[in-house]
Write a protein that binds this ligand. Structure first.
Ligand code: ADP
Ligand code: MG
Length: 341
């Protein structure tokens, strides 16, 4: 075959292979867009584990009519404009790939209205030629993205979908993790029209702990110790369950500059801090937030952004170990752990 440039849909479907693994990955991209748009309320509706419908509605800044088509194109983003921006990234998105990728493997409808625009408009894209249809619609300020029939045109991918229950449990787990990244945002999640989660914005410490309790369980909220530590420009805060209170597997959530992570370095540091205090059958249980200057961390390591690279990896690692060891030192060997603040 001669060398040829891939047609846009195929290029997008290949990109989708990296970002859109399953319904939960679509939800992640759409919710991150809503957060980047400054939403204070995000409503997520799921049907059939997300295989039939994923709808994410926000009250964020919206997208102007003349930019709707562009929003669905590959490499189109309002979040960065230069390499310099990439090095100081504050938004969750920046690759300009999610909507294009998703619309290449599903039927996507984007309805949006910026506050200053009189009416809403809807753009729909249906896989094939990636041509976008625009029509007037009704919508309050903000956006809704509806993704129907995920992988309808990529049967090999569709075959990999697990049961409705399993796919939904991945979505629910994701929403838990996201809801813990933004206490100031209100969330709702429904599955097949049944309300699964409803979380009001939490501003006071008591409200935050209440959210933690509803997402990580009563035991965690009652026994976790609160930690808050700072070293130069590194800050670590959150909740940590003392070994004596760990009875079963629990939340293992970590965030770097507000971004949820599955980071090897952090996990290693947390594990090391617990050290010998854990028995063989115990795993660390934590909700931890690390903050550091944006230019000290590279988020452009993985298309789904699960991982980051710290410029001063050793320093970050040792800081986390010592902050957590200090905290654990204070609670062990007490058998009744102190309650969180
Ligand atoms: P990225 O988030 O990497 O910029 P996306 O494909 O996810 O790329 O989105 C493309 C663009 O569409 C975004 O940069 C943003 O300008 C716009 N957009 C997407 N979703 C929303 C939303 N919910 N509210 C406002 N703007 C949005
Ligand atoms: Mg995005």
């Amino acid at each position: 075959m001669p060398i040829q440039i891939l047609p846009p849909q195929l290029a997008n479907q290949i990109a989708a292979g990296e970002v859109v693994e399953r319904p939960a990955s679509v939800v992640k991209e759409l919710v991150e867009n809503a957060l980047d748009a400054g939403a204070s309320q995000i409503d997520i509706d799921i049907e059939k584990g997300g295989a039939r419908l994923i709808r994410v509605r926000d009250n964020g800044c919206g997208i102007a009519q003349q930019e709707l088509t562009l929003a669905l194109s590959r490499h189109a983003t309002s979040k960065i404009g230069s390499l310099d921006d990439l090095e100081h990234i504050m938004s969750l998105g920046f690759r300009g790939e999610a909507l294009a990728s998703i619309s290449s493997v599903a039927r996507l409808r984007l309805t949006s209205r910026p506050a200053q625009q009189e009416a809403a408009w809807q753009a729909s894209a249906e896989g094939r030629e990636m041509n976008v249809q625009l029509k007037p619609a009704a919508h309050p300020t903000g956006s809704s993205v509806e993704v129907q029939d995920l992988f309808f045109n990529t049967p090999a991918r569709r075959k990999f979908l697990r049961t409705e229950k399993t796919e939904f449990s991945h979505i629910d787990e994701l929403i838990k993790r996201l809801a813990l990244s933004r206490f100031d945002v209100g969330w709702s999640l429904t599955h097949n029209s049944q309300s699964i989660r409803r979380l009001k914005p939490a501003s006071t410490a008591a409200q935050q702990l209440q959210r933690v309790a509803s997402l990580c369980g009563r035991v965690f909220a009652e026994h976790a110790c609160w930690i808050e530590n700072q070293h130069q420009e590194l800050k670590l805060w959150g909740w940590l369950l003392p070994p004596a209170a760990i009875e079963q597997q629990g939340c293992q959530y970590s965030y770097v500059n507000g971004r949820m992570m599955r980071d090897k370095l952090l996990n290693h540091a947390i594990r090391q801090a617990y050290g010998e205090r854990l028995t063989d059958s115990q795993q660390p249980v934590f909700v931890l937030y690390l903050e550091l200057p944006a230019h000290d961390v590279d988020v452009n390591v993985h298309p789904a952004k699960h991982e980051v690279r710290f410029h001063q990896a050793r320093l970050v690692h040792d800081f986390v170990v010592s902050a957590l060891s200090d905290a654990l030192q204070q609670v062990t060997p007490v058998t009744t752990p102190s309650a969180a603040r």
